[in-house]
Structure formats: structure tokens, C-alpha cells
Design a protein. Structure first.
Length: 118
């Protein structure tokens, strides 16, 4: 049973930073591409960032480029999302996801709330 557990969300002022973590268990971490998504109230889920299985490729949604950084640590079987220069529009529930092969993600975490106050 693959499990993804997010942590690190919270309340932060605009311009501040947060680092989200997603711990993966139940299957070899190196087999997964990993991604972060978010969903704001009343809006559709949005792709935030992705990283391939070995960390060689990273990609970002247009709204977070230059501010967010995705990374992974195979020893800790954890993927991170460093979020800097946060804006109120970054508010939402952030989800970690894993996939074996593109394009669809197979496994999802329960989400962690990020709230950015103005």
C-alpha cells in the first residue's frame, strides 16, 4: 500500500516562505515521478511542480516559476516544495502525488493547507 503524507503547511504573511514535505512509503521511491498540486476554494486543482524519478528533470506551473522549488531526497523517500515570495493567491490545499508512468498520477496524499495573508 503506497502512502503519501504531506506536512509543513500553515499560515504565513505575503512575502514569506514555507517548505512542504511529502513522505512516501510502501514502494520503492525511485520508481516514482513526483508532483505537487494545489486547489483553492471554488477552483479546479492546479499543477504546481513536478520532478522525475531521478531528480534530473523539474517543471513548474507558470504561476510559481521563479518562486517555488521542488526537490527530492531518495534516502529519506521524501519530496519537498520550497515556496518563497508567497502571495495570497497561493492559498489552497496542497497535494503531493506520485506516478509510475506519465501522464496520470496514481497515488495522492491527503493534502496540507497553506494560507497566505495579505
Amino acid at each position: 500500500q503506497v502512502q503519501l503524507v504531506e506536512s509543513g503547511g500553515g499560515l504565513v504573511q505575503a512575502g514569506g516562505s514555507l517548505r512542504l514535505s511529502c513522505a512516501v512509503s510502501g514502494r520503492s521511491f525511485r520508481t516514482f515521478d513526483m508532483g505537487w498540486f494545489r486547489q483553492a476554494p471554488g477552483k479546479e486543482r492546479e499543477f504546481v511542480a513536478g520532478i522525475n524519478w531521478n531528480g534530473a528533470s523539474k517543471y513548474y506551473g507558470d504561476s510559481v516559476k521563479g518562486r517555488f522549488t521542488i526537490s527530492r531526497d531518495s534516502a529519506k523517500t521524501t519530496v519537498y516544495l520550497q515556496m518563497n515570495s508567497l502571495k495570497p493567491e497561493d492559498t489552497g490545499v496542497y497535494y503531493c502525488a506520485a506516478r509510475l508512468t506519465p501522464p496520470n498520477y496514481d497515488y495522492w496524499g491527503q493534502g496540507t493547507q497553506v494560507t497566505v495573508s495579505s
